[in-house]
Design a protein around this ligand. Structure first.
Ligand SMILES: CC(=O)SCCNC(=O)CCNC(=O)[C@H](O)C(C)(C)COP(=O)(O)OP(=O)(O)OC[C@H]1O[C@@H](n2cnc3c(N)ncnc32)[C@H](O)[C@@H]1OP(=O)(O)O
Ligand SMILES: CC(=O)C(=O)O
Length: 525
């Protein structure tokens, strides 16, 4: 571990303070392994003694975690006022967690000492001193989180500075200055960090919250001002608007500030790690998250695509591969020929030599988007459109639909049932099939699959995974156009198709027919 600069992760403690986030001990162990894979120096596991799951986490970590890079830190408060550190059960729990590092939180803002702790500034400093000395004498490395440091410094700089000196003199390896309320702006925060280092000589870290939207910027400016330890949480998790996003900080330091804070090959795993952690937290990944978001390198505007075709770096601040992400082209009404060419390449079609086909596809996309289609989230429909242009519609028709109909029935017990009939022609046969379902779309899907399943039994593998409806032109009420997006899977891959019609069932039918056509094309190889 590089001790001259620390990346300290607080996902399992401060990140877990996020509304809607509840981690089991098993979840915490999985996340710790992912963070260790990223190469962070410290993982704050939680607050043993205060939260039973966190006590268990540290117990299980001893046998179940084999960390390669990180050391575990146990978080907790200093001794209570008027209690010896050695006699305080909370302090004992930190010691007994056997974590090599203990991070103590203490109040660096005089107003908090008076109103929340209801003690004197001298007693609060003594609480810091005694607890640090006790834990250091027990062989622990101690970090101190100076809670509300920046607001404290604004109100009473003498006390805030004395707080830092006291912690350092007692043996704390560093004092992390916390923007607990998250309201600081970069220039002011940077000046304070600089002054603290100059006036105390202590090793200083930074811990920021994002209430002013500046947590990452504040962390970076603190590091420029001399902080050598940065705290943050995966995906920016945390109470209120969250903690500083550790992934953004790490990528910025490594790629923009030339600070080698994690191994290069681990940085290339960052997108995967960010998404793996989202899976565990069960919080959908933030698509616009810098560096690791699904949209972080997605290009939509035609002008951008035409420049990206010449050199992707004309519209990207880094090569996405460095952080394990991908560049993506989005096809929409904003596409130009370059967007279509690049998207085609992404899907495995070389359209570069066929300017006419590119123009026709671009035009078709614009017309269909104007009618309500959205190809951005329906790659499979776009691919069928390319194939129509390249091979002709006939070549990819596995079946011709003669007609379909569906009824919805409410029964005496209040339950609903739908029944669909589909008539189609495939391989020279006329097939009539019926399907039942809990709704009209389900019934139609079943009827279609029953019909062509007789000829293409492979179709049994396909499954409707997701179904989204959007009413377009809302001012027309029930006569508005409807866009349906359907996601289908064959158990290995997923693909999305789109259907647009005035009638919601017809829109769904179109999306399903495209989904099945695409599925058959895939199965055909
Ligand atoms: C900025 C941050 O995010 S800090 C981390 C905050 N995280 C958490 O609070 C999560 C875990 N917390 C808990 O489980 C509980 O709050 C506990 C176990 C710590 C304390 O629970 P309780 O004893 O019931 O006290 P309660 O939560 O009501 O109040 C906190 C007490 O700690 C005291 N306290 C707060 N900060 C500190 C500190 N840094 N050092 C010493 N005492 C402190 C308060 O004065 C208050 O004392 P009181 O009980 O005499 O009024
Ligand atoms: C310690 C901490 O989480 C804070 O002050 O924000």
């Amino acid at each position: 571990m590089n001790d001259s600069f620390h990346v300290y992760d607080t996902t399992l403690r401060d990140g877990a303070q996020q509304e809607g986030l509840a981690l089991s001990v098993a979840d915490k162990l999985v996340i710790a392994r992912q963070l260790d894979g990223l190469g962070v120096g410290f993982i704050e596991g939680g607050w043993p003694g205060a939260i039973p799951k966190d006590t268990e986490f540290f117990e299980r970590a001893r046998t179940e975690l084999d960390l390669k890079h990180a050391q575990l830190a146990a978080f907790g408060m200093t001794r209570r006022a008027d209690l010896a550190a050695a006699d305080d059960p909370q302090v004992a729990a930190l010691r007994d967690s056997l974590a090599p590092v203990v991070t103590l939180v203490a109040k660096a803002h005089d107003r908090h000492v008076e109103l929340a702790l209801r003690t004197t500034l001298d007693e609060c400093l003594a609480m810091v001193r005694d607890t640090v000395e006790h834990l250091v004498s027990e062989g622990r490395r101690v970090f101190v989180d100076a809670e509300h440091f920046f607001n404290g410094y604004q109100d009473n700089p003498a006390y805030a500075l004395e707080f830092v000196r006291t912690a350092a003199e007692a043996g704390a390896s560093l004092v992390a200055l916390c923007d607990t309320n998250g309201g600081m702006l970069p220039s002011e925060l940077g000046d304070v960090v600089h002054t603290v280092i100059e006036r105390t000589g202590a090793r200083v870290g930074i811990h920021c919250h994002d209430d002013s939207g500046c947590a990452v910027a504040n962390s970076l400016i603190a590091i420029e001002a001399g902080a050598t330890h940065v705290q943050g949480a995966a995906n920016g998790y945390g109470e209120r608007t969250g903690n500083a996003n550790l992934f953004t900080i790490v990528a910025n330091l490594q790629l923009k500030k030339n600070l080698h804070v994690v191994p290069d090959d681990s940085l290339a795993e960052m997108t995967r790690i960010a998404h793996a952690i989202s899976e565990v937290t069960n919080i959908a990944p933030h698509t616009k998250q810098p560096y690791v978001g699904f949209s972080a390198f997605a290009h939509k505007a035609g002008i951008h695509a035409s420049a990206v075709k010449a050199d992707p770096m004309l519209y990207q601040h880094i090569d996405p591969e460095v952080v394990g992400n991908d560049m993506r082209m989005l096809v929409s009404e904003m596409a130009g020929r370059a967007s279509i060419e690049l998207k085609g390449r992404e899907l495995g079609y070389d359209l570069s030599g066929d300017r006419d086909a590119l123009s026709r596809i671009t035009e078709k996309v614009k017309v269909l988007e104007a009618q309500g289609h959205s190809f951005e989230a329906a790659d499979a429909s776009f691919e069928l459109l390319i194939l129509d242009e390249l091979k002709g519609e006939e070549s990819q028709r596995f079946f011709d639909v003669e007609s379909w109909r569906v009824i919805v029935e409410q029964r005496q017990d209040g339950s609903h049932m739908s029944e669909a009939t589909v008539k189609l022609h495939a391989r020279g046969e006329r097939i009539i099939s019926v399907g039942e379902g809990n709704g009209p779309v389900n019934a139609l899907d079943t009827a279609l699959r029953n019909a062509i399943g007789q000829i293409y039994p492979e179709l049994a593998e396909l499954e409707l995974r997701d179904y989204k409806v959007r009413i377009l032109e809302g001012d027309h009420g029930s006569s508005s156009r409807t866009r349906v997006l359907v996601t289908t899977t064959d158990g290995r891959d997923e693909w999305a198709t789109v259907g647009v019609q005035e009638n919601i069932v017809a829109a769904s039918w179109n999306a399903i027919v495209e989904a099945v056509t695409y599925g058959l094309l895939k199965l055909e190889g």
